[in-house]
Design a protein around this ligand. Structure first.
Ligand SMILES: N[C@@H](CCC(=O)N[C@@H](CS)C(=O)NCC(=O)O)C(=O)O
Length: 218
């Protein structure tokens, strides 16, 4: 499977993260997103006329939506990540996958504005981002009341992977995560999943181990 990828793209990171957790090897084709705007050049527009990345190619299958890529990886390697344990779970996964695209539009655009000086009404984008974070906080709090740590179930699904990167990088767009305790707990749970990988700005949950050679001892 070949991923057209940009290291600083949260949408590309979703796919890298899902593949790493599932142990699926990806062939990475780096795209010069900035400053080269290679995703809007003829080679990539022929693959994705929408002019966005990620793009995932597997044989004659070409996917241009990250949610579809997450579903494809899960269906190929670990169908339990699709979250189809009950009708409620299936519905919640779909609900949060749709929600994740709103995060791209508000938190993602705020980040592009702040990092790449993209035009846009930053105050409006931040207000929309904060409204979405409040919705997510409430959803996670309700899940906690049901005894579930993740968005759709007691175990993680593709919905968690779809929502996590733009939320974790919200501070890049000038939006603090301090007011959202349920979101912060959820992010810790994701960052401690086996197979978790980092991207610039999103770190692994480091295990604090005692120093094997305390100062003064030999
Ligand atoms: N629908 C796409 C959207 C992904 C997206 O917004 N990608 C950004 C990079 S993170 C992009 O390519 N934007 C085009 C641009 O800003 O020129 C998905 O979720 O896969």
């Amino acid at each position: 499977m070949k991923l057209y990828d940009y290291i600083l793209s949260p949408s590309c990171y979703k796919v890298r993260l899902m593949a790493a957790i599932l142990g699926i090897k990806l062939e990475i084709r780096s795209v010069d997103f900035h400053p080269g705007a290679e995703h809007r050049g003829p080679e990539l527009l022929a693959l994705n006329p929408a002019g966005s990345i990620p793009i995932l190619e597997d044989g004659d299958l070409v996917l241009t939506e990250s949610s579809a890529m997450l579903a494809y990886l899960a269906a190929s390697g670990a169908p339990e990540w699709l979250g189809q344990g009950s009708p409620q779970e299936t519905a919640r996964v779909q609900q949060w996958l749709s929600f994740s695209h709103r995060l791209t539009a508000n938190l993602g655009s705020a980040r592009l504005h702040e990092m790449l000086l993209r035009p846009g009404d930053i105050k409006a984008l931040q207000a929309q981002g904060i409204a979405a974070l409040r919705e997510l906080e409430a959803g996670l709090f309700e899940q906690g009341e049901r005894g579930m740590r993740f968005l759709a179930a007691s175990r993680p699904t593709i919905a968690d992977i779809a929502c996590f990167p733009y939320v974790a990088l919200a501070p890049d767009g000038g939006i603090t995560l301090d007011p959202y305790p349920s979101i912060r707990l959820w992010m810790r749970a994701i960052r401690s999943l086996p197979g978790f990988i980092e991207m610039p700005g999103i770190h692994r949950l480091h295990e604090l181990k005692p120093d094997p050679h305390p100062a003064g001892e030999t």
